[in-house]
Design a protein around this ligand. Structure first.
Ligand SMILES: Cc1cc2nc3c(=O)[nH]c(=O)nc-3n(C[C@H](O)[C@H](O)[C@H](O)COP(=O)(O)O)c2cc1C
Ligand SMILES: [Fe+2]
Ligand SMILES: [Fe+2]
Length: 400
């Protein structure tokens, strides 16, 4: 979709779809692509809100040229976030429109100089500052560490639009529609959670601080830098981000396991039999050797129960499980009931590492922790079954 779309009188979406990149931040898979949202306000003064990643800048600049009234220039570039998925087009934009005044936080100015060598015509704004555009104005909120130090949001009071930067964003290209009421929004909510858990979730406490700052403002439209624009139900995405940031979760169990030769997998099968026997149907199994951590983390962020199963490898966890555990530690997952099982051949180490992780992360361990030597015997398979029933009842009784 190459054309600009009107959001409301004189305010346009000029974002770009990226259907080409395989990975976001060279790390997170993009099966449904990603969109870099940028907005243009055509008032007496013309303001551009964020830009797009460099690889899509040719189409972006064409869009801007098409939409700008003849003889008009862009007066302001508001930077909500300087990560290059939104700032990559700034150098080329400045070549075309050298008179633009850049507006951002103190940190933005500092980063802009280091990242692009840009320091001229930069105006620093602080929390509560306003920018007059003519009929409209923008009020700035400083919302640091969502998910970089320089981040801010802006609010346009006439139309009650919140330009929120990465907060309230999600993966996925805009496939024709750009609003929550013109797309299949359920399809986007999964990718919004994956974006949140992979990119923003670590900074949950700062997201909650940012949401707190917005309280008292009537928000009719949420326009973030990724994903759909929420105008039918803007509170929905704010509530989702708030719930996820509080680590509130749904009834269900994620079982992430690794297995080289099928023995740990047998333990997994016995465990999920135990869960299913209780009537709990929401079970999400991920083989860590096949699924990308990005999707496993999304499901872990959604559901209350987590079971990790791993063989021992070189005295430690099976490496793909080690990588998942490392990610969970980094992203500071909280408030989960966790079960563990594992397998070893000679001196063990896998189950111990899982146990250490659960303790260090202060997650609630559900008994029994099951360990088998090579092939699990009936006794360990029965323990796994019991682990499954125990975790399901902990979840049902809201014990974690
Ligand atoms: C490459 C490799 C490395 C292993 N390293 C260890 C180890 O360091 N310590 C240990 O107790 N067992 C080790 N084992 C044994 C496995 O943990 C054991 O065979 C286990 O049953 C494998 O489970 P799986 O069938 O689910 O893959 C290793 C096995 C393999 C294949
Ligand atoms: Fe970002
Ligand atoms: Fe971003």
């Amino acid at each position: 979709m190459e054309s600009e779309v009107k959001i409301i009188d004189q305010i346009y979406w000029v974002g770009m779809n990226d259907r080409e990149s395989h990975l976001f931040e060279s790390m997170w898979p993009l099966p449904q692509g990603v969109c870099y949202n940028s907005y243009l306000i055509l008032d007496q003064k013309i303001a551009l809100l964020d830009t797009v990643k460099k690889i899509v800048s040719p189409g972006y600049l064409t869009k801007l040229r098409n939409i700008l009234p003849k003889g008009k220039q862009i007066d302001y570039l508001i930077i909500h976030h300087l990560e290059p998925d939104h700032s990559g087009s700034i150098p080329i934009l400045l070549e075309l429109f050298p008179q633009i005044q850049i507006i951002g936080t103190k940190k933005t100015a500092e980063f802009l100089e280091h990242l692009y060598g840009i320091s001229d015509n930069v105006k620093i704004v602080a929390n509560g500052d306003e920018l007059d555009l003519g009929e409209r104005k923008l009020i700035f909120f400083s919302t640091p560490m969502v998910h970089w130090p320089e981040t801010m949001m802006s609010y346009e009071p006439n139309n009650k639009i919140l330009f929120s930067g990465d907060a309230f964003g999600g993966f996925g290209t805009m496939d024709g529609g750009i609003f929550d009421d013109t797309v299949d929004i359920n399809y986007y909510e999964d990718e919004t959670l994956r974006y949140f858990s992979n990119i923003v979730g670590k900074f949950s406490s700062m997201v909650l601080k940012a949401i707190d700052k917005l309280k008292g403002y009537d928000i009719k439209i949420v326009a973030s830098t990724h994903g759909p624009i929420w105008r039918k139900n803007p509170q929905r995405v704010i509530d989702l981000y708030e719930k996820w940031s509080r680590h509130e979760s749904e009834k269900g169990v994620v079982v992430a396991y690794g297995s080289m030769y099928g023995n740990t997998e047998k333990m997994m099968e016995a465990t999920v039999r135990g869960i299913a026997e209780t009537g709990l149907q929401t079970i999400r199994i991920h083989n860590v050797s096949k699924a990308h951590n990005s999707f496993i983390l999304r499901d872990i962020w959604r559901y209350k129960g987590l079971i990790l199963g791993s063989p021992t490898y070189d005295g430690k966890l099976f490496p793909p499980m080690e990588s998942l555990v490392c990610l969970l530690r980094d992203k500071m997952i909280k408030k989960r009931c966790v079960g563990i099982f594992g397998n070893y051949g000679w001196s063990g180490g896998g189950v111990k590492s899982l146990n250490d992780f659960v303790g260090q992360a202060k997650l609630q361990l559900v008994e029994p922790a099951v360990e088998a030597r090579f092939a699990p015997e009936t006794e360990q398979l029965e323990q796994c079954f019991r682990l499954g029933t125990n975790i399901a009842s902990s979840i049902k009784q809201h014990n974690c």
